[in-house]
Design a protein around this ligand. Structure first.
Ligand SMILES: Nc1ncnc2c1ncn2[C@@H]1O[C@H](COP(=O)(O)OP(=O)(O)OP(=O)(O)O)[C@@H](O)[C@H]1O
Ligand SMILES: O=P(O)(O)OC[C@H]1O[C@](O)(CO)[C@@H](O)[C@@H]1O
Ligand SMILES: [Mg+2]
Length: 441
């Protein structure tokens, strides 16, 4: 075991807690209750085989809280792409703030950060137990979302105007950075507003979150497409079933779905650049596979092989790269290569696209989202701020925002997890260029 690295895991607070927690019964968690965890190379990148010991603040209700519930108004905003389970988190926050803490009210900000800015004229939604009762049955977010920057000063102006004490921000890595900016502005003005993030993304690319909510559902949905691709591949001579899955800069969905369905023969992810040509390249290896078994299943994360696309599509309003279509390139190269050697094949292409993320959450994610929402309320009522609720190795924890925003989480292609993926597909290692791609800051 190595010594704990210099991670700052302490959570900022707004001040001392002087109000008794109104929860009727519970096991209160003390602020000093730290969860010692051994972080493996699946959580953070580090040299082979090392584990790192770290201590994190345990999530849960505190005996004394900072905010006086009848004077406390909350707001919820959802930003970035859709993800299964957002409505479950919204519901859990509203129910907990109302039934457990008897807060003065919870308000929904429409269309992401835009909802704070007056010129967009988006209405504020009042969220009550009645209005959120059935929302978990639906995918998406009842508040709707958006991308694109909005000045943190204007966001905090809106919070002041609305007399909000607690802001819950549900979103991905970008949203967590926005939460950091809002926290900074609140601090600069000396306001007593808690900002609590709940990390959301099907890409599973948030630092220090083992599996973000919605990932499990997205993977489950993705396996349906892979299963169909396999059937199609079996149904024709030289059958190739190719499936493109979301995963902009991290290939977790493709990797996990491939592990779930052992029929996948090639999985391509952004973290492992690969060769197309040459004896070890993807094309020659696909041909060998077809010669051996007459069918093949290829799963491609949308962010894989971007260096082969040779296009610059620019960026979306939030600054995320707009990707080239790697499956277009692969299909064209397969056509050229197999055509040149007169090798018959039959390619069926499936792109489930948004279908994997706009569905309602599965049972696993629903339970997870319920806990996240409740723990977010417990944290905020205790005056914690500039933090996120995370589940790390099945423990619910409070982490400082700066830890989760420090870098984007990526598949560690030197981990045992990735080795298992490779064992499962049996694909030759020679097709990968060994050096992992440079980190995106
Ligand atoms: N560095 C940043 N500082 C402040 N705000 C940011 C930053 N990065 C992103 N944001 C804002 O956060 C919101 C959400 O960001 P983004 O569109 O990147 O989605 P996300 O939260 O990363 O979710 P997804 O995982 O779906 O991409 C946007 O309104 C965006 O402008
Ligand atoms: O919703 P948009 O803007 O089309 O973005 C799509 C991107 O969002 C994600 O679903 C993450 O939320 C990525 O997997 C995907 O590349
Ligand atoms: Mg993002």
């Amino acid at each position: 075991m190595d010594h704990a690295p210099a991670f700052n895991t302490s959570i900022p607070t707004l001040g001392s807690c002087r109000v008794d927690n109104p929860l009727p019964y519970c096991r209160y968690v003390d602020d000093s209750s730290k969860m010692p965890l051994y972080l493996s190379d699946e959580i953070i990148e580090m040299p082979d085989g090392q584990n790192i010991a770290c201590e994190f603040e345990e999530a849960g209700p505190r005996k004394r809280i900072y905010f006086d519930p009848p004077k406390t108004k909350c707001a919820i905003v959802t930003c970035g792409g859709l993800c299964p389970g957002i409505n479950d988190v919204i519901r859990a926050i509203v129910m907990s703030a109302h039934h457990n803490y008897h807060c003065a009210g919870t308000f929904g900000i429409r269309y992401g950060l835009q909802g704070f800015i007056p010129r967009y004229r988006h209405e504020i939604m009042e969220l009550t137990p009645d209005s959120v009762r059935e929302i978990h049955e639906f995918g998406g977010t009842i508040l709707a979302s958006s991308r694109g920057p909005q000045p943190p000063e204007e966001v905090v102006d809106a919070l002041e105007r609305m007399n909000i004490s607690i802001l819950f921000m549900i979103g991905g890595d970008g949203t967590m950075k926005a939460a950091q900016a809002v926290t900074g502005e609140v601090l600069r003005r000396g306001l007593k507003i808690a900002v609590v993030g709940i990390p959301k993304t099907i890409d599973n690319d948030i630092n220090f979150v083992t599996r973000s909510f919605g990932f499990d559902t997205a993977v489950e949905k993705a396996t349906e497409a892979i299963r169909c691709a396999h059937i199609e591949a079996l149904g024709a001579p030289g059958g190739v079933g190719m499936v493109k899955l979301m995963g902009r800069e991290s290939g977790f969905i493709a990797a996990q779905a491939s592990l779930a369905l052992k029929e996948v023969n090639f999985v391509l992810v952004p973290e492992a650049p690969f060769e197309l040509h040459g004896p070890d390249g993807f094309l020659a290896q696909l041909k060998s596979r077809l010669e051996l078994r007459q069918h093949a299943v290829v799963v491609v994360a949308e962010g894989a092989g971007q260096e082969l696309c040779r296009v610059d599509n620019g960026h979306d309003p939030s600054g995320n790269p707009i990707l080239g279509d790697i499956c277009d390139v692969l299909r064209m190269e397969i056509r050229k290569y197999f055509g040149s050697i007169n090798f018959p094949y039959n390619l069926k292409y499936i792109d489930p696209s948004y279908i994997i993320r706009s569905v309602p959450a599965n049972a696993n994610d629903r339970t997870y989202c319920g806990f996240l929402g409740q723990h977010a309320v417990h944290a905020a009522m205790a005056g914690k701020t500039g933090m996120v609720v995370s589940r790390l190795q099945d423990r619910y924890l409070y982490l400082p925002l700066e830890l989760v925003t420090a870098k984007r989480r990526k598949l560690n292609i030197r981990s045992n997890y990735w080795r298992s993926v490779m064992e499962s597909t049996g694909q030759p290692q020679g097709m990968f260029n060994c050096a992992p791609k440079a980190e995106t800051p």
